[in-house]
Design a protein around this ligand. Structure first.
Ligand SMILES: Nc1nc2c(ncn2[C@@H]2O[C@H](COP(=O)(O)OP(=O)(O)O)[C@@H](O)[C@H]2O)c(=O)[nH]1
Ligand SMILES: [Mg+2]
Ligand SMILES: [Zn+2]
Length: 312
């Protein structure tokens, strides 16, 4: 033995992991030795895509060590335990794929996602997909969406994964040499985008694939695809995004950029921007410099975080 190599986990399915060797680029199916666990969080899965690991060659290659993670995102397990599922690790950025139609993505979902990305300090970009399908009215909605989010500093791309249209070239430029998590509700075109960019064929398109039933745990399969040299996209079928983890109501405004910026002018320290007098946020909403839809998302999240709903 003693034949140690390093690599990156590119696929996680149950207790099997596919590791891409750092030196040769070869893909190897590996098992895990013993208990590799995170120190802080109890997790249902010891390893996830994006993890840098050491493994030992043999009849069955075995992962023996996990390098410290630069970051990782988790989703609380569905049950009431404190267990969490690690969705991906060592992510440089996340792209949220949304559609105005077929299926529609709600603004509240977008805002909740962006707040989570802020909480994790992971840069986020919006990708409005399926622009080839939109009539004038829907294209108008897409343009308004683009205005709202670019005004507060998010990059917004408009793409078609299936028709040669929109910002696909710019998309590839923004992905180069990075590990990017693709998120978005089912059916918006995440797998199609990866396939369109990827030199190697195929993720399954149009299926809600990826659920593996293992005893009492249902674990989602995530996969990382190398679309260009050192350029990875992570697809997480069945996971819409990442859940907000323990954001306290008094912290929520930190994760809405424009609300946070305006809050320095509120009369009271610790203003929640709900009903306090002299609230600069509410006056910015009235004056039109903060979007009503964004503020409505903030209020909804505030109400549910007070109920503890985001502490799943
Ligand atoms: N017209 C059109 N259809 C698309 C586009 N992107 C994806 N689709 C279709 O939308 C459906 C769902 O796509 P898929 O990639 O599986 O979505 P996912 O669930 O986000 O991975 C499939 O039938 C795709 O062919 C697009 O840009 N334009
Ligand atoms: Mg898919
Ligand atoms: Zn305020």
């Amino acid at each position: 033995m003693g034949n140690m190599s390093t690599g990156i986990v590119v696929k996680a399915a149950g207790s099997s992991y596919t590791v891409r060797d750092a030196a040769s680029g070869a893909r190897r199916e590996c098992k895990v030795r013993g208990k590799l666990r995170l120190r802080d969080v109890r997790t249902t899965n010891p390893l996830t895509v994006g993890d840098m690991v050491t493994y030992e060659l043999g009849d069955t290659p075995v992962i023996t060590a996990l390098a410290p993670r630069r970051n990782y995102i988790i989703r609380r397990a569905a049950n009431l335990s404190k267990e969490a599922h690690v969705i991906a690790a060592n992510i440089d950025q996340t792209f949220l794929v949304v559609t105005v139609d077929a299926p529609p993505t709600s603004l509240e979902f977008i805002d909740r996602f962006l707040a989570s990305a802020e909480a994790y300090s992971i840069p986020a970009t919006l990708l409005i997909n399926k622009i080839d399908l939109y009539d004038e009215r829907r294209m108008d909605m897409a343009l308004r969406m683009e205005d709202t989010y670019s005004a507060i500093g998010y990059a917004v791309l408009k793409t078609s994964a299936t028709a040669a249209k929109g910002d696909m070239d710019r998309l590839l430029q923004l992905l180069l040499n990075k590990v990017t998590l693709l998120s978005g509700i089912s059916g918006v075109g995440k797998s199609s985008i990866i396939n369109a960019l990827s030199p190697q064929p195929g993720l399954r398109v149009g299926e809600i694939s990826g659920y593996h039933n293992r005893g009492k745990h249902t674990t989602a399969l995530s996969e990382m695809v190398e679309v260009a040299k050192d350029t990875y996209l992570i697809d997480t079928p069945g996971i819409k995004g990442f859940g907000l983890v323990d954001i306290r109501p008094q912290e929520l405004s930190h994760y809405f950029r424009e609300i946070f910026a305006a809050s320095s002018r509120c009369r009271f320290n610790g203003c929640t921007h709900v009903r306090e007098p002299g609230c600069a946020v509410r006056s910015a909403v009235r004056g039109g410099s903060i979007s009503e839809a964004r503020y409505a998302s903030y209020r909804k999240m505030m109400a549910s975080s007070e109920d503890g709903k985001y502490r799943r």
